[in-house]
Write a protein that binds this ligand. Sequence first.
Ligand code: AMP
Length: 220
Amino acid sequence: MSDASKYIILLGAPGAGKGTQAEILRERFGLAHVSSGDLFRENVAKQTPLGLLAKTYMDKGELVPDDVTIKMVMERIARDDCARGVIFDGFPRTEAQARALDAALAQANKKIGAVIYIRVPDAVLVERLSARWSCPTCGAVYNQLTSPPRVAGKCDKDGSALTQRDDDKPATVRRRLEVYHQQTAPLIAYYQRAGLLREVNGEQPIEQVTLALTHITQAL
Ligand code: AMP
């Protein structure tokens, strides 16, 4: 894999499987997994000023403003573990964020190797998000329908009681999907124009999606 090809963006709606796949790719290829949603949730949990601000948007299913988001992600990718490459999950979500990322990578003499659009129909996303539960201790994600924990309501890894994300409740899920279509879906055309877009059918079982992503990553 050449140096320029280690920066991969997973694009897709909430619930498309970006986080699950990014974790698998991180382990398999030794890349950093940078999830803007996880960074915001860490700040919310620690009640930092950034977290308190972000929460007001997250609770409504709206995007956190670009300037705040871009600054947070740029600080994250400046850390040592990102030097070998990054799987971006949930970032960029607007054209301004995409441009800021292009500029930051160019400045570091790096560029995006591939943008993988994980396509899933809205009806499936709604079903998936309402069945999603996660571990407040280790962050492991489960789905009551497709990947339930071994013991109902308990994390397989550390036994903690599983919780549902506030923004996975039905009204917020609907708003998050609207926001995705309005503000993030235009990035599909943005990256298509740049010749970087690859598409994977995200309705397939997790293992099949992983296989497709692995092939793309290896071939870069
Ligand atoms: P996620 O876990 O990626 O679904 O993100 C959860 C929430 O965090 C989103 O609904 C937004 O409120 C916020 N968020 C995450 N990433 C971004 C981003 N790149 N730009 C703006 N807001 C974001």
